[in-house]
Design a protein. Sequence first.
Length: 226
Amino acid sequence: PRILVVDDEAPIIELVRGYLEREGFEVSTATDGLAAVDAVRASAPDVVVLDVMLPSLDGIEVCRRIRTFSDAYVLMLTARGEEIDRIVGLTVGADDYLVKPFSPRELVALVRALLRRPHRPADGPAATPPGLELDEARRVVRVDGEAVDLTALEFDLMAVLARDPGVVVGRQVLLDRVWGAEFVADDHLVDVHIGNLRRKLRDDPSRPRFIETVRGVGYRLREAPP
């Protein structure tokens, strides 16, 4: 797998590069936002490890731009502890975040969790409510016949819900199946990604066509009619 590491601090780049290369990853680097966007276009990485504070373009804007042409996983690095910065990153298309200072081993484990596909794709379209089509083999979602641009994690969340329409899937189960059982996070991470997914599906949570909230438990995909 190809990893792009974007940070303007040389010691961090070298530390992260060393750990990732020892684990067998192919690593490229960039030190400012504009170079990062160009590097994603040129090398099509599988994962972008992206610092928030960058010259020329900050990490939030970099993420917003690359989401227009790439579905690579984006792992945001930030020295900021405020929850709002993490939420903004997830809202513009980041798949996860890690707060500095961090353990390089933790970063490697998170990259592996992002790359993991916990389930083999199905052979064809899943059973879904009217207006929604999901084809795991082709990793395509359509709403009313129109393809929807989802991040890799958003697609995986949709796929987990679609395997058992009508069945409530708990937040912790979603964390385990999509991020990996060894990943530690609170339920809010799932809620943010479900919110992003609903927005892209044009699914009003107060009158859901597709994804229903079961308060205090989790989410379920509405069943297709018999």
